[in-house]
Design a protein around this ligand. Sequence first.
Ligand code: UTP
Length: 293
Amino acid sequence: MAQQTIRKAVFPVAGLGTRFLPATKAMPKEMLTVFDRPIIQHVVDEAKAAGIEHFIFVTGRNKGVIEDHFDRMYELEHTLQARNKNKIFQMLMKDLPGPGQTSFTRQQAPLGLGHAVWCAREIVGNEPFALLLPDMLHHSKVPCLSEMIDAYDTYGGNLIAVAPVPEDQTHHYGIVGVDDEKAKVSRILRMIEKPTSGMAPSNLHITGRYILQPEIFALLAKHESGAGNEIQLTDSMIALMDKERQPFYAVRFKGQIYDCGSQVGFLAANVVYALDRSDLAKDIRIKLRSLID
Ligand code: UTP
């Protein structure tokens, strides 16, 4: 079935990052580095690899540096070229979205993920879009969003990446119930945000990659608060599925996920992405062993 192409991706980056204070007092959480690239750069790389053409950032106070990061910096470029540091110069250029391919809008108050997504409505317009939560790094050979766009081309509708978590951890996440837990792509029958003990329909959690239809915005516009007194995206997705009868599919992600919003996940991501560097991996391995033994 030919579907409308996914051209735009939304990156909500307006959260306060309180778990990383004081590091995030003046520096956005999304600019903390996982090895030698800001977290947000890793996620933009994933979206670029999946063919996204327009990158929409929902920012807030103290997040201006993200806009600067995705812009040219002429003095630096000039200096690098003057010093024959062409490799670094080329890398900086490669990382950049092209002119006119970024948009920035402000959430003004961090009222929750659902509210952040709603703030992108005018820029997304009336077309399906991708949503990537920057602090969830998806590590795999084939980028998670590429797999989702492939599934979207076949199934259409709304898609959510999922992965299993230990059963005693389900209360931390959005959890889905599906018609076939073993399938790569399965129909979602139920969704619940942070289920209390015994209420989770499975152990498949929502990992932070979505493809959503634009009808989600009318539901988010109701600004209804949910778990944690925040405007939750999951609540509007449930309404889109149950009341508006739109199909939702779970795409099972087989790679590793690092939650860089938590200290342990952030540290693990740093080690894994460092070991990905073939030029440094050997030395890093030796160093890490010497620290642990
Ligand atoms: P998190 O809840 O993990 O981020 O939101 P946070 O609120 O910044 O972190 P803590 O709990 O205070 O440490 C996931 C993503 O959604 C964005 C965040 O910036 C993060 O990238 N977000 C969250 C918003 O853009 N707006 C919000 O109101 C909430």
